[in-house]
Design a protein around this ligand. Structure first.
Ligand SMILES: Nc1ncnc2c1ncn2[C@@H]1O[C@H](COP(=O)(O)OP(=O)(O)O)[C@@H](O)[C@H]1O
Ligand SMILES: [Mg+2]
Length: 324
């Protein structure tokens, strides 16, 4: 059995060739992802690289144009709506009910599932205690600080015991100190409870300090997957090297300090990696390499029509204007 096949078998979540376009913007361009049970996996990338889009596809909040596979715990999720998926999501902006108490917010998910009142209360109290909010059960959301609100949002996600917890930059709105304590709490909780978490961030430090594995995204594609130290010390492209700030890609040897050698290696690396020349803001599809676009069948028709249009426009040019 190949190592890829072994990982797929052990994976709690398996996604293959996910393509998602918003109008003419390709947010996800053939993304594949495996998440192992019990790991904290971080999706890291600059703003606009498709992180939120990927998380929304996993949660069922967005329907991809193409998905060769999307399974959680072996079950096909492609036709399963968001509220029936075994996932829970925490967003950057807590999305709590401001007029309800912390306890009522946490219990909300249990109430819609028909859990009886006493059991609801017990479970909500336990979830709040895990997030060090045991004494805040009766406090209204608008009487809590930003850090406490985000802890309530976590408790609300945990209380339904999801197989997969999805976090979209949940620490983004918090100040440095609060962020560090919440990060440590989440990591400790994840390890003690054996939770599986996929979190999204644009913060390199957050990714390096919390993750079992990191998936680096750029312009809607996965550019590298690995353990934090692999990504940091052995970036596989210039983009990853620059983004991680960890120095030169490992393929450039110590001779990198000799200018002629360095220029030569840089040129070669550039030729090998068209992905490096793309910018996150590039309009789709004009700037994507043809090979990248080929993986999404739904877009091929559009590309074919587009090239036919170009050929027609070319044929209609007055003779003396036509190039060669
Ligand atoms: N609802 C939308 N409509 C149009 N374009 C969108 C929408 N959501 C996201 N995009 C575009 O898709 C790309 C990826 O966005 P997103 O997944 O939010 O990136 P990230 O979370 O990494 O910042 C961006 O170019 C963004 O502008
Ligand atoms: Mg985002």
């Amino acid at each position: 059995m190949t190592s890829a096949a072994r990982l797929r078998d052990a994976a709690l979540l398996h996604a293959k060739n996910i393509c998602l376009a918003h109008g003419t913007v390709a947010a996800l361009d053939g993304v594949s992802l495996d998440v192992r049970a019990g790991e904290l996996l971080t999706i890291l990338g600059p703003s606009g690289s498709g992180k939120t889009s990927l998380l929304r596809v996993l949660a069922g909040l967005e329907t991809p144009q193409t998905a060769d596979a999307l399974t959680i715990d072996g079950a096909d999720m492609r036709a399963v709506p968001a509220h029936l998926r075994p996932t829970a999501t925490v967003f950057q902006h807590y999305a709590l009910f401001p007029h309800l108490t912390a306890g009522a917010n946490v219990e909300y998910g249990l109430r819609v599932r028909g859990v009886p009142r006493a059991a609801r209360r017990a479970q909500a109290e336990r979830a709040l205690a895990l997030l060090r909010l045991a004494d805040k059960y009766d406090r209204r959301i608008d009487q809590l600080s930003g850090g406490e609100r985000q802890r309530v949002a976590f408790a609300r996600a945990l209380v339904t015991r999801p197989l997969l917890l999805l976090l979209d930059e949940p620490m983004g709105a918090l100040d440095e100190r609060l962020r560090a304590t919440l990060e440590a709490d989440i990591r400790a909780l994840q390890q003690s409870q054996g939770m599986t978490i996929v979190q999204v961030t644009h913060s390199r430090d957050e990714a390096l300090s919390m993750s079992d594995r990191i998936v680096v995204m750029h312009a809607g594609r996965v550019v590298q997957t690995g353990a934090p130290e692999d990504i940091f010390e052995r970036p596989s492209t210039r983009f990853v090297a620059a983004f991680m700030g960890g120095g030169e890609p490992h393929r450039w040897p110590h001779r990198a300090d000799r200018p002629a050698w360095r220029a030569h290696r840089l040129r070669r690396a550039d030729l090998r990696r068209p992905v490096d020349r793309r910018t996150a803001a590039a309009p789709w599809p004009a700037r994507l390499p043809r090979r990248a676009r080929g993986s999404c069948p739904a877009w091929r028709g559009r590309l074919r029509r587009q090239s036919a249009g170009r050929r027609r426009a070319h044929a209609e040019l007055p003779r003396h204007h036509a190039p060669d």
